[in-house]
Design a protein around this ligand. Structure first.
Ligand code: SF4
Length: 477
């Protein structure tokens, strides 16, 4: 795999060890973003912050956490989808305005960030970061509403696109989710304390019980009176939750969008087996993201599942320049074939998606060299033909192999004996509310179009956008 992660957000209200809880929550959500991490706490008087580039395990230590005092906290793990990976862009972002100190952590992408920011800059506003998220704080600071909740609600009404948010003020933690519900966000409880998290797997590590999702268009305020639910807008008639959360991003042990990720992912594998049956000896996964899909495929096809590829989990950045003879070293460093399992066998290789195809091509070559007699590749998603504008860092359309190549051309390029993708119809049979999902990266039909260029570095370079978008989906509503 392929697509880059997005971001994780977390919030705690009413716990003596709020920073430690946020730290553990961010640890559980590391898979959603690995470039940087930050926690901001409030002790009711002062706000304390720590933000740095790197993994959660590197960013915090005991000394750092001991200085993040207070009973409320928010946190963020980032993979940059807009704004480059620099310390100025590490979230949560914090400002001081007439309402006091406000911090925000954002998962998603605002499709009208360019327009909003250019308008504010024309009025004299100064921005400190190059992320789309900073406009949210500017909108709040400019609001003339009477209360902080109203200021936030007024700001939320001006945002378009994908946003799951947690805010921290001196004495409250507030969560909100866009009206289409692109990204997940849920509420949990530990005793008298409450927590927000992108995914429920973060609740298990801290012993919290799942309460419910934050609904699209909803604001949840955690203050001294317990959760208060407000609305900044009605939810869209057709929600557009990101179906890729089920295919790849979310952890299988999470509950999102009202369903267990593991269950949906198994259904993807089962459906894939029905749509593309094959005579073979073994099913193997490209670990770890495809394990559950491969298990579903194996259950349905009755072809035994084996661990034919071993993944090295400890691969960081490497600066070694390989010798010419070390072919495919970048994939070999991550995956190693189990020769005793693969040799002489007809293998079904299950992966969740193909983006550029270059990694898969190398992996196929490695599996062949390990002695596989036949390789049948099965993909648990439809071909990715379009970029995402809602918080996933997909390459430009031209780099997506399926945007310009038919399935048989991709099969030949990868060097496999057969290739099948899950159909869009098949994908949608695996979720309970098939009309409530975004599938734009497979269909090119976007629920909401960007207002201009959404290149990752649009605010660094002030570039125009040369690439054609897809089309806006026509909703029968
Ligand atoms: Fe998810 Fe694809 Fe829609 Fe982006 S375009 S929100 S990755 S389904």
């Amino acid at each position: 795999m392929k697509l880059k992660e997005e971001c994780a957000i977390f919030g705690v209200y009413g716990a003596d060890d709020a920073a430690q809880i946020a730290y553990l929550g961010l640890y559980a959500l590391q898979h959603r973003g690995q470039e940087s991490s930050g926690i901001i706490t409030s002790d009711g008087e002062c706000v304390h912050e720590h933000r740095a580039l790197g993994l959660v395990s590197k960013v915090y230590d005991e000394d750092v956490l001991s200085k993040l005092t207070g009973r409320i906290a928010i946190g963020h793990n980032r993979y940059s989808t807009m704004g480059l990976s620099s310390i100025a862009n590490v979230q949560p972002l914090l400002v001081d305005c007439k309402a006091g100190k406000i911090a925000v952590a954002h998962n998603g992408n605002l499709v009208n960030a360019v327009e909003l920011r250019r308008g504010m800059e024309a009025d004299g506003s100064i921005f400190r970061s190059t992320t789309d998220s900073e406009v949210i704080l500017h909108l709040i600071a400019r609001s003339r509403a009477a209360t902080l909740e109203e200021m936030i609600i007024e700001a939320l009404r001006k945002l378009q696109g994908a946003f799951s948010l947690v805010f921290l003020t001196r004495d409250r933690v507030i969560a909100a989710r866009d009206t289409r519900g692109f990204r997940p966000l849920c509420l949990g409880r530990i005793g008298d304390a409450y927590v927000f998290a992108s995914e429920s797997c973060a609740f298990d590590i801290i012993g919290a019980e799942y309460v419910r999702e934050i609904a699209p268009g909803e604001v949840c305020v955690l203050g001294s009176g317990g959760p208060e639910y407000l609305r900044f807008a009605e939810p869209e008639k057709r929600l557009r939750r990101c179906i890729f959360e089920f295919i790849y991003f979310a952890r299988p042990d999470s509950r999102i969008f009202g369903e267990n990720v593991d269950k949906v992912r198994r259904k993807l594998g089962r459906r894939l087996a029905i749509e593309s049956s094959v005579d073979a000896d073994l099913v193997i996964a490209v670990p770890d993201s495809s394990n559950t899909i491969a298990l579903g495929f194996s259950e349905e096809s009755k072809i035994p599942f084996e661990l034919g590829l071993i993944r090295n989990h400890y691969v960081g950045r490497t600066f070694i320049q390989p010798r010419q003879s070390m072919r495919d070293w970048d994939v070999r460093i991550k995956f190693n074939p189990v020769r005793g399992i693969l040799k002489g066998k007809r293998i079904v290789v299950v992966d969740d998606s193909i983006v550029r195809g270059s990694t898969m091509r190398k992996l196929v070559s490695i599996i062949r060299q390990a002695g596989a007699r036949e390789i049948h590749l099965r993909i648990g998603s439809p071909p990715i033909t379009h970029s995402c504008y809602y918080g996933i860092d997909t390459p430009t359309r031209g780099e997506l192999i399926a945007s310009s190549h038919a399935v048989d051309q991709i099969r030949d390029y990868l060097g496999v004996d057969s290739l099948h993708y899950l159909s869009i119809e098949g994908l949608l049979t695996c979720v309970e509310d098939p009309d409530g999902y975004c599938i734009a990266c497979f269909s090119g039909k976007y629920p909401i179009m960007p207002d201009g260029c959404l290149h990752k570095d649009v605010f660094e370079n002030r570039i125009g956008c040369g690439e054609g978008f897809g089309v806006r989906e026509e909703l029968d509503i």
